[in-house]
Design a protein around this ligand. Structure first.
Ligand code: ARG
Length: 466
């Protein structure tokens, strides 16, 4: 039956056709190279559908048994790599059905009762995207755990905090890493939310209008792990916002990954020298023997382009499409698979790099004091101890920075007389706030960089990620 010989048209839909499609038509129409990745989901959907049809008395129990056995053989063939994927059978759905017919004969023809490829692909793809969201969320939590381990070791390791990539105020390396723990938690939450929202089963919407057969959509929804069936048959076969939402979550996550990747690149450059990566996560140069390049970080930084591109791709495919199904929607899978492949690799490689990186505590601590990074601490001291309005304290501190710069000194090395020349009431205990360690220790506001605060956040996250 999957053999077209003896028939002019396509074996599965060619009843009204008298000639074969042009080769180009077959090529542009075929999606099997891409959607063969939905084989497991397609088999699961068919199993649930066949079981429901038998339970509802729409097909005979013996036919259902034959169908289930045939699907098992197909599953084995796919696992063994011997399933004959055929481009002339267009897509995974028709490849499976045609093979089922070869294997079990006429009962195979009953499987497609009360079903269309439109609801079939909708349920297959939803199952795939739901799993991709769950996998991404789990990988994000692994990455968070890796960051937590490093943050715990470095909760009080001084480093410069930057704004505009200029030294701003000292922070700790652990605090900096914990910022990403927060970001990746929201990313995981977005995948969780998307997974819940898409967890409705479109199977049984048939082509677009529902079916006259007495099907049990609650049963198929339950069998496939969905919370409930979708409530509108048109929406069921035309909705792809579940994939868009997953891609949006992926794009935001990739954006966060690219920021950490960029920091790794910057931290590794000798001008910073804040971290080192081992041979495991760096590459050499074919011409410059001294080089050690952070290629994995650079590639993660770049994958954000591919992943955001996938979101833009599918958004444009869906924009302006009339209800219900349009073949345009066949183009939904390639960008989605591509994005999640890239995201998975990025998440795993980032987790590997976080485990691998070695912080250079001395270099970070030295840099933490550079660039007059405790100027705000001086201004705050003038406010707290002398009652100066903050704006005035800011001005006095600016003058102190100018003096320090002119004499090539750090703020903490300025003589007391110099400070007194700017504000006579300044006393020697001002020096207690001018060290990076004192600055960091004083930032005890909730969520601040004081090691006590950082440790409290680490403890909270360890609890919630265990
Ligand atoms: N390969 C198709 C897709 O991925 C399956 C649905 C085809 N439906 C149809 N009416 N031609 O969208």
């Amino acid at each position: 039956m999957s053999d077209d010989s003896g028939r002019a048209g396509h074996s599965l839909w060619g009843g009204r056709f008298s000639a074969k499609p042009a080769d180009l038509m077959r090529r542009i129409n075929a999606s099997i190279d891409v959607d063969r990745r939905l084989a497991a989901e397609d088999l699961a959907g068919s199993r649930a559908h066949a079981a429901m049809l038998a339970a509802a008395g729409v097909i005979a129990t013996a036919d259902e048994r034959a169908i289930q056995e045939g699907l098992t053989r197909i599953e084995e063939e796919i696992a063994a790599g011997v399933f004959p994927f055929r481009e002339d059978l267009e897509d995974i759905h028709m490849n499976v059905e045609a093979r089922l017919t070869e294997l079990i004969g006429p009962p195979a023809g009953r499987l497609h009762t009360a079903r269309s490829r439109n609801d079939q692909v909708a349920v297959d793809f939803r199952l795939w995207v739901r799993e991709a969201c769950a996998r991404s969320a789990a990988q994000l939590r692994d990455l968070q755990r890796a960051l937590l381990r490093r943050a715990e070791e470095t909760a009080d390791a001084l480093m410069p905090g930057f704004t505009h990539l200029q030294p701003a105020q000292p922070v700790t390396f652990g605090h900096h890493l914990m910022a990403y723990v927060e970001m990746f938690s929201r990313d995981a939450g977005r995948f969780d939310d998307a997974g819940l929202r898409m967890n409705e089963c479109p199977l049984g919407a048939a082509a677009l209008a529902g079916t006259s057969f007495p099907i049990d959509r609650e049963a198929t929804a339950r069998a496939l792990g969905f919370a409930r069936p979708t409530a509108n048959s048109l929406d069921s076969v035309s909705a792809r916002d579940f994939a868009l939402e997953a891609l949006a979550a992926a794009a935001i996550c990739a954006t966060h990954l690219s920021r950490l990747a960029e920091e790794i690149v910057v931290w590794m450059t000798p001008g910073f020298g804040f971290i080192a990566l081992s041979d495991a996560f760096t590459t050499g140069s074919s011409i410059m023997p001294q080089k050690r390049n952070p290629d994995a970080a650079e590639l993660i930084r770049a994958k954000a382009g591919r992943i955001l591109g996938s979101l833009v791709n599918l958004t444009v495919v869906m924009k302006g499409l009339p209800l219900a199904y349009g073949k345009d929607m066949q183009e939904d899978k390639a960008p989605t698979f591509e994005a999640f492949d890239a995201l998975e690799l990025s998440l795993l490689a980032m987790t590997g790099m976080v485990d691998d990186l070695k912080p250079n505590l001395a270099a970070m601590a030295t840099a933490a004091g550079a660039g007059y990074s405790t100027a705000t601490d001086l201004a705050d001291w003038l406010v707290r101890r002398l009652g100066l309005p903050f704006r005035e304290a800011h001005h006095v501190t600016g003058q102190a920075v100018a003096k320090a710069e002119a004499s090539g000194l750090d703020l903490a090395a300025l003589p007391l007389e110099t400070l007194k020349s700017l504000e006579p009431r300044i006393t020697a205990d001002v020096y207690e706030v001018l060290s990076p360690a004192a600055s960091v220790a004083s930032r005890v506001s909730y969520g601040g960089t004081a090691p006590s605060q950082v440790r409290a956040q680490i403890a909270r996250w360890k609890e919630s990620l265990s």
